[in-house]
Design a binder for this molecule. Sequence first.
Ligand SMILES: C[S@@+](CC[C@H](N)C(=O)[O-])C[C@H]1O[C@@H](n2cnc3c(N)ncnc32)[C@H](O)[C@@H]1O
Length: 251
Amino acid sequence: MSWQDCGLTFKKWKRLGRFVASRSSAQLASEARLLARIQQQVPIEHTSTSIAGQKYPWTRVVNPESLLLNALAKSREGAVELDPFWAASWRAAQGLDQFLGTLPCLSGMRILELGGGSGRAGISAGIRGAEVLITDAVPTALMVCKFNARQVSEKVQVRLLDWRDRNTQLQPFPIIIGSDIVYDSKLFPILEPCMRRHLVPDGVVHLSEPQRHTGDRFEKWIVAAGWRCTSTMMDLGDAQRQIRIFSCRLT
Ligand SMILES: C[S@@+](CC[C@H](N)C(=O)[O-])C[C@H]1O[C@@H](n2cnc3c(N)ncnc32)[C@H](O)[C@@H]1O
């Protein structure tokens, strides 16, 4: 496997990671293999973004809308396609990243991310020192997420977790996070038991969303389901709606 196999020049590859020179050749080869597998699934581009207040190399899907259109077409044909929304970059994840920066001390905290998509919020928690498990139900999302998390791979793990799967046994977490995962009220009844199953008794779930009506509904729904819920607003400074963070605790 060479850099050319991944459609990259060595110079471009070097730009992708600050620590490429210090990585073992085994790590680099495994990242190159992962990249090649992603490229077999979706068209991607390499760019950079800001996470936890620092410049961070970012790989994203080119034209995520086309995945959505494909999924819609397949569902019209009767096939069930899991959520294609993982591929886009959501403002809610930026809001959660910013919110995590306001928490007193994440260093060493175990954090579970649900519906992590390409990984921005979980990676933010990893950069801030937490031990993070980013999960999603879509394997391609997890591959992109793992590639994006390579700079903090000692802090961030990824694994498949579908909220509907009641058999997964993970050691409960003191903090669970999720960005833009309460966008459809049909998901609330499968998301809530998953939160409950994976949270320690005095733990907290921080969920971000851009003040949609479904978010309003979620706030009422989660309280009726036996949780205390407070909200915090994060201003992204982009003249758009502030991002709302629900912090939910079991009563
Ligand atoms: C709108 S996207 C948000 C992605 C990411 N958190 C972000 O903010 O960029 C919703 C995410 O929830 C995931 N998701 C939807 N249903 C799920 C389920 N049943 N189990 C696990 N993840 C699910 C999708 O795969 C997708 O990554």
